[in-house]
Ligand binder design. Structure first.
Ligand code: GAL
Length: 283
């Protein structure tokens, strides 16, 4: 549906079948009020992995009319101890329909753990994936049908994960977290004029002692309105002992001129029509 946002995430509801892995989909018109749509993926162990892992689902919408599938979901697929390091894909013709599992692979033959999603202003779709042996992460361009990662657009030589990217006023801003598992750490950002780089040195996005206000980078949402553009930082607040109950921080970034800062989380308001956001100051 036009003018509707869809949000996909790991669904770890305790009553789910423990052998399966689930992805849930929600929708919103204003990015504030969300409606549960469907458990769009209810997947049994695809590769006899045993205690298997499905994380960070991302759905790409393919606007090209002659592709076989309109919606392609990428997921981090792993086995015990995170040794498999692959992506899996599933497809659907309806955004919130039941997705059908297709296959798993290593993008560009690299290990792939945390994944991120990026759509450039020209509509080109990219998968961000972290690859431990290389000491960095890749921004890989998807093929026209989105069913594979076609070429390396950028290799960022920094041992980071949770990669999230936005193009804002002519610059690419890339945010990532250090490698501390479920525990938060000081997330950092770099910029580049072109996706291919070169990327600047990484700097903190928030006072390091706050550990990114107890969150880990996940997505950057660019809301382009009639009057302004707001870039929202979406960070996971994992609860390792109750993962199903993990929460998020959504905060508008201070961004521009090659710098970005995540302000201290406070109530704020957003008008998706105008694109304006404001932090609500307590009276
Ligand atoms: C995090 C990662 C999560 C999950 C976790 C496991 O760093 O971002 O998606 O993989 O590690 O420890």
């Amino acid at each position: 549906m036009k003018d509707t946002y869809y949000w996909f995430g790991e669904d770890r509801t305790p009553s789910n079948d423990p052998k399966k892995r689930y992805v849930a989909c929600y929708s919103s018109q204003d990015l504030v009020h969300w409606k549960f749509r469907n458990q769009v993926l209810k997947q049994s162990d695809p590769d006899h992995l045993g205690n298997w892992i499905l994380e960070r689902p991302k759905v790409f919408y393919n606007k090209v009319s002659k592709v076989s599938h309109k919606f392609v979901m990428y997921m981090h697929l792993d086995g015990p101890g995170y040794k498999l390091a692959r992506v899996a894909i599933a497809v659907s013709d309806q955004v919130d329909g039941d997705y059908t599992y297709v296959r798993s692979f290593r993008p560009l033959d690299h290990e792939s753990r945390d994944i991120g999603q990026f759509i450039d202003d020209d509509g080109a779709a990219y998968l961000i994936f972290k690859s431990r042996p290389t000491g960095g992460f890749f921004i890989g361009k998807l093929s026209d049908d989105y069913m594979s990662v076609e070429r390396e657009a950028s290799f960022v030589h920094a041992p980071l994960e949770g990669g999230a990217l936005v193009h804002y006023q002519g610059l690419y801003y890339l945010i990532g977290s250090h490698l501390t598992g479920w525990a938060p750490n000081p997330n950092v950002y770099a910029t580049a004029k072109s996706l291919e780089g070169p990327w600047t040195e990484f700097k903190d996005i928030a006072p390091p002692e706050t550990k990114t206000y107890s969150s880990q980078s996940s997505m950057l949402i660019k809301v382009i309105g009639e009057k302004a553009t707001t870039v929202i930082y979406v960070g996971d607040r994992w609860k390792p002992k109750a993962l199903w109950d993990s929460r998020y921080i959504w905060m508008p970034l201070e961004i521009g001129g090659g710098a970005t800062i995540l302000p201290e989380p406070k109530p704020w308001s957003l008008d998706v029509r105008s694109g304006k956001s404001s932090i609500l100051s307590a009276k």
